[in-house]
Design a protein around this ligand. Structure first.
Ligand SMILES: [Zn+2]
Length: 163
């Protein structure tokens, strides 16, 4: 502790750091402390984050990907872990049934591509030509298709004897 108060920050040149904020631990340093005080370090880090957003984003994405790969590997090789994950997923599903349903509905709608929906309009009317189809018509038809599909899925869910 005494060392912290004798130490001078390499950035603000204040003993014990700016307003006596002290120093972070840095194991590789000779005295085990960072050469800049806590306050200077936090200012530096803020600027670094602002200037290196893309770099940080890429690093995080890579880290997440590696994490995912590791988890996948373990899932395939570790039976106990596999059971644990499966239990967790099923618990999540039961706890968030409604949210999962909504997510599935959105994915379903997204699968309705513009060309598919346009085709549905043309086939359904018998008189509308491909060049007459407007984006507004596609949007409206997509809503209708989603609604009908959802209705069908819901009635299927009610009719099927689960539990
Ligand atoms: Zn400082």
């Amino acid at each position: 502790m005494l060392l912290e108060y004798k130490k001078r920050c390499s950035c603000c040149r204040e003993y014990g750091g700016k307003d006596g904020c002290g120093f972070c631990i840095r194991r590789v340093a000779r005295d085990g402390l960072s050469s800049t005080c806590r306050k200077c370090k936090s200012i530096y880090e803020k600027i670094y984050r602002k200037n290196n957003r893309e770099k940080i984003k890429k690093y995080r994405a890579l880290y997440r990907k590696n994490d995912w790969e590791r988890a996948k590997e373990r899932y395939n090789s570790d039976a106990e872990y596999r059971l644990k994950v499966k239990a967790k997923v099923s618990k999540y599903y039961h706890k968030n049934k409604e949210a999962v349903k909504v997510i599935h509905a959105i994915r379903y709608r997204d699968a309705l591509t513009n060309s598919y929906v346009a085709q549905q309009i043309i086939q359904g009317s018998g008189i509308i030509k491909a060049e007459d189809v407007t984006p507004e018509m596609i949007e409206l038809k997509r809503e209708l298709l989603t609604f009908h599909r959802l209705k069908r899925r819901l009635s299927d869910g009610i009719n099927s004897t689960r539990d």
